[in-house]
Ligand binder design. Structure first.
Ligand code: IFM
Length: 722
């Protein structure tokens, strides 16, 4: 039995069914296990539903499309039920009761429906599903039918739907469905990338009734006496040629082996695996059940998206829960999702960093193509590591296309990745990772910046022109204070890493420096660039200028537009927004979050907050949690809590109105950062020792979290008195 407190803080429910929120609930009820993500669509289907099954790494560039998509795989979910000849559907007969619940602790989605047929028969239908964390290739479903009134004839039909697309784009070819007994096997190939895909569904019914299969469906027909219940277990295995040369055989073998274990055993293994993850990743808040449930929800979504066994894939901005941003990977992963994993699941964090290591060649190709040296990571990345940001938007209503500049000029991502590598290293003390992989990322991206920085002889300073900082409303600006400051920091760190390598791992370090052509002259140049990097600022007020010329832009009072859901960029128009001081997301405030005390004195941080906070419209979901973190550090607890709870509810309450595209994964990771780095003040001091400086919201009685520090798991419990 689940306790009332657990019910309120571990369960996310929908009752009754709200068809107007169909796509919202599909996204938030996604189940996954770091390999696959399956949206919360109904087994029986629903008009307009976006049935989506995504697996990390399976990208395909369809003809005529601008960039690759993460491919929607054949849908393993469909199960249809006829009750005395009437097909169960939420729009047919009478739905007397409906409750759908995502149990975050056990990562299982359950739906209970009381349904009356037009003939007056009543059945209780219970649908359960989970993506096994014990065996990542396996999706388990159970469908139970109980006759409550009458003794109907029941027919169940199960299939794997191969007629799937990505919102109309066809990525699959050579699609074949074959049935053998109670097994359905669908195989396919992606049209351009050539990945082989196999989905195999195996079934077992709790009655001794033989399956009667037709060309696409496994069918069972039987009489169900009143008060009796039957259950169908459907186990689907997904394999691709990324895991096996023979994905069909692998999927068949896995599906049957799992089915043989039975639902209860599969579920027990799944729950045991989840228990281990929650043991370290769960944050406990006493005194605020709303925040408690929300942070479990956001943590769940990061955990179900994080790859466990494949270090050549990473988490897209919308996880595996929707088609938004085509599954592409952004800085969202390294600066928003990764910290939660570095501190609570370091192995998963390492995996994600390895994705960048394996894709260094793509980053080197991008640098070369742009006339630079070293490694310049793509703003949007897929399976190849090449830049995959579209250069143009889809046609607007007037037929024109808008140029998208982020792939060209949002270059800070190279430093964000280096920052993440060093954070991982500082928290874990994983020297082996740094020596073998991380240092190469930090150093070769520094080589890129060394070749990218421009010397301005007139002022004897280094500059970075045509940049896009985190605030994407202002494109192609000169001397973004965020970018220039982070690059200065990056070059200093690269020099420190070089020294560390030469002291502690001389042989391997020297070999790496030689391979990357990091000479004494190059290092001297890095030191000079760092020393002379231009960071625009108002010398009197101590406020950084977001970029050169920002202080001359028109200042708008955003309170005039309250209440508001739409972005100011949309309200003002993109061109006009560029001429104003309206900021999309934390930019200087992001810098304050990343650099902490190194940003400046408390007075300087407060002055920058006071200047920039009123200018931000939080047009990006990445923004509120970062502001919450910084506000908490500044002791602005009321504001911090308001921003935090907004960030925590972005997806649960669809506050941005676009959850249909998928989970805002960066916001999810950001919520953990706001708690851990903001309210708890968890940090490492200059010696790398763990510190806490709590600033808890006044109504929180206590906050408990766990953190790995250099391989040791620590439990940190803070109370209102701390
Ligand atoms: O990476 C973000 C960016 O900072 C703001 N626009 C959306 C991207 C993907 O989430």
């Amino acid at each position: 039995m689940i306790s009332p407190v657990d019910q309120r803080t571990w369960l996310v429910s929908e009752s009754p069914f709200n068809p107007f929120k169909l796509h919202h609930t599909e996204t938030i009820f996604t189940v996954g296990n770091g390999f696959m993500g399956v949206r919360g669509t109904f087994e029986e289907g629903y008009s307009g539903a976006l049935a989506t099954t995504l697996v990390h790494g399976i990208f395909n560039h369809a003809e005529g499309d601008l960039v690759p998509d993460l491919v929607n795989l054949p849908n393993p979910l469909p199960v249809q039920i006829w009750v005395d000849g009437e097909l169960f559907h939420l729009n047919a007969g009478k739905v007397i009761g409906f409750r759908r619940t995502l149990d975050l602790k056990r990562a299982v989605l359950t739906r209970e429906v009381l349904w009356r047929t037009s003939q007056g028969l009543v059945v209780k239908l219970t649908f359960e599903r989970f993506a096994s964390l014990a065996d990542e290739h396996i999706l388990v479903q159970r469908v139970r039918v109980r006759a409550l009134l009458g003794s109907p004839q029941i027919e169940i039909r199960s299939t794997v739907d191969a007629k799937v697309t990505n919102l109309g784009t066809q990525h699959l070819t050579d699609v074949q469905t074959s049935l053998t007994g109670a097994e359905i096997l669908v195989t396919a190939r992606t049209t351009q990338s050539g990945y082989g895909i196999a989905v195999c569904a195996a079934h077992s019914l709790s009655l001794e009734t033989p399956a009667q299969s037709d060309s696409e469906q496994v069918c069972y027909t039987f009489a169900l006496p009143q008060e009796n219940e039957i259950s169908l277990t459907k186990v689907s295995a997904i394999y691709t040629t990324r895991q096996s040369d023979q994905p069909a055989a692998a999927a068949q073998k896995a599906a049957h082996a799992a089915l043989a274990k039975g639902y209860e055993m599969l579920f027990a293994a799944h729950c045991a695996a989840w228990e281990q993850y929650w043991h370290t990743s769960d944050v406990q808040i006493e005194g605020d059940e709303v925040a408690q449930r929300a942070v479990r929800f956001t943590t769940y979504h990061v955990l179900i998206a994080a790859p466990r066994h494949d270090e050549r894939v990473s988490i897209g901005a919308k996880t595996l829960s929707g088609f938004g941003y085509k599954g592409h990977v952004f800085w969202d992963t390294e600066l928003f999702m990764l910290p939660l994993l570095i501190v609570t699941q370091p192995k998963l964090a390492r995996n994600l960093l390895m994705y960048r290591y394996h894709n260094l060649q793509g980053a080197r190709n991008k640098a070369r193509a742009n006339g630079y040296e070293g490694a310049m990571f793509p703003w949007e990345s897929t399976d190849t590591g090449e830049e995959t940001t579209p250069q143009w938007s889809h046609p607007q209503p007037d037929g024109t296309r808008i140029r998208i500049w982020t792939g060209d000029n949002e270059q800070h991502i190279s430093t964000d990745i280096a920052y993440a590598v060093l954070q991982y290293w500082r928290w874990t003390g994983d020297d082996e990772f740094l020596v073998k992989y991380g240092a190469e990322i930090v150093l070769d991206t520094a080589v890129f910046w060394g070749s990218r920085a421009e010397y301005n002889a007139e002022y004897d300073r280094y500059e970075l022109r045509r940049q896009i900082g985190p605030d994407e409303y202002h494109e192609n600006v000169n001397n973004s204070a965020f970018t220039n400051s982070m690059v200065r920091w990056h070059l200093q760190q690269a020099l420190a890493v070089r020294d560390w390598l030469l002291i502690h791992h001389r042989h391997a370090g020297q070999a790496l420096l030689t391979r990357l052509n990091i000479t004494e002259e190059r290092c001297a140049k890095w030191a000079e660039i760092a020393a002379k990097m231009y960071i625009p600022r108002d010398p009197e007020a101590g406020v950084l200028e977001q970029f050169e010329g920002f202080f001359q832009l028109e200042r708008l009072d955003l309170t005039h537009w309250q209440p508001r859901v739409a972005n100011m960029d949309w309200i003002l128009g993109h061109q006009r927004a560029q001429r104003t001081m309206v900021i999309k997301q934390a930019d200087i405030v992001m810098l304050m979050a990343l650099l902490g005390d190194q940003f400046g004195t408390l007075e300087e941080r407060q002055a920058n907050w006071d200047f920039y906070y009123p200018l931000v419209d939080h047009g990006s979901s990445l923004s509120p949690s970062t502001h919450a973190w910084v506000a908490a550090r500044l002791g602005l607890l009321e504001e911090a809590y308001k921003l935090f709870i907004y960030a925590a509810n972005i997806d649960l309450e669809d506050l941005k109105g676009n959850v249909s595209d998928g989970i805002h994964a960066a916001a999810c990771g950001g919520v953990w950062q706001a708690i851990a780095f903001g309210f708890a003040g968890l940090c490492l001091d200059e010696r790398g020792e763990l510190q806490v400086q709590p600033n808890l919201p006044s109504h929180w009685r206590s906050l408990t979290l766990r953190a790995y520090h250099r391989g040791q798991l620590k439990t940190i419990r803070l109370t209102a008195q701390d």
